[in-house]
Design a protein around this ligand. Structure first.
Ligand code: SF4
Length: 217
């Protein structure tokens, strides 16, 4: 049984694949409690079998209107022309998807033709076969968050202005992104501080939460 918070279609907001249309499968639960987390850890989740999960993904993947703010982004504009083109890229996210994603789900999504992305804090081993791993390590911010993954396709580090990013450049990943910390409680982000840091540490690339800027979910 998998515990799911939501399944939706949107544009990837962060990192290398920013702007790319995907299905997002958001698992419930996380083993960490980061101070800036915007996940509602106590919100109810839906228990789903593998078959139920695949059916729900299949139903949404041909595309339905999306976007949380119709005043910012017109759902009719976004959906036009895409309905004939089923989405075959899925992002497994959370919470911490590494607590639940297993080989059976990876195999079934591949069989359905999906390219699989995952966004993980890296504290749990992952099943083989995931096509794109986004590691967002949290050990700079909370205890018991040591990364067990040996590699990632991209590393995306939150920058609060007080943590030291540079040791993470040694982590084996094709891309290293620094992302301003968005404090959900305060509604603030240290974008200027992150830009200033990258100007003097150019091995990093900037990642923004563009879905927030666009009013997407
Ligand atoms: S790892 Fe991610 S989901 Fe988990 S508490 Fe930290 S920010 Fe929230």
């Amino acid at each position: 049984m998998y515990f799911v918070n939501e399944i939706f279609v949107s544009l990837q907001g962060e990192g290398y694949w920013t702007g790319t249309l995907m299905v997002f499968l958001r698992f419930a639960g996380c083993n960490l409690r980061c101070p800036f987390c915007d996940t509602a850890h106590t919100s109810p989740s839906t228990p789903m079998t593998l078959d139920e999960l695949l059916k729900a993904v299949a139903e949404i993947s041909p595309l339905t209107p999306f976007g949380r703010n119709d005043n910012v982004v017109s759902t009719s504009v976004i959906s036009s022309g895409v309905e004939k083109s089923p989405i075959r890229r899925i992002c497994l996210t959370g919470g911490e998807p590494g607590l639940q994603v297993d080989g059976a789900l990876v195999e079934a999504l591949h069989a359905a033709g999906f390219t699989i992305h995952i966004e993980t804090n890296g504290t749990r081993p992952l099943p083989p076969g995931i096509n794109w791993i986004t590691l967002s390590p949290k050990s700079d911010f909370v205890p018991d968050a040591s990364v067990v993954l040996q590699r990632a396709d991209e590393l995306k580090l939150v920058f609060t202005g007080t943590n030291n990013p540079d040791p993470w450049l040694e982590f084996p990943a094709e891309h290293h992104f620094l992302q301003p910390c968005f404090d959900a409680a305060e509604g603030t982000s240290n974008t200027a501080g992150t830009v200033a840091y990258i100007l003097s540490h150019p091995s990093w690339r900037l990642s923004l939460q563009t879905h927030r800027l666009l009013g997407l979910r």
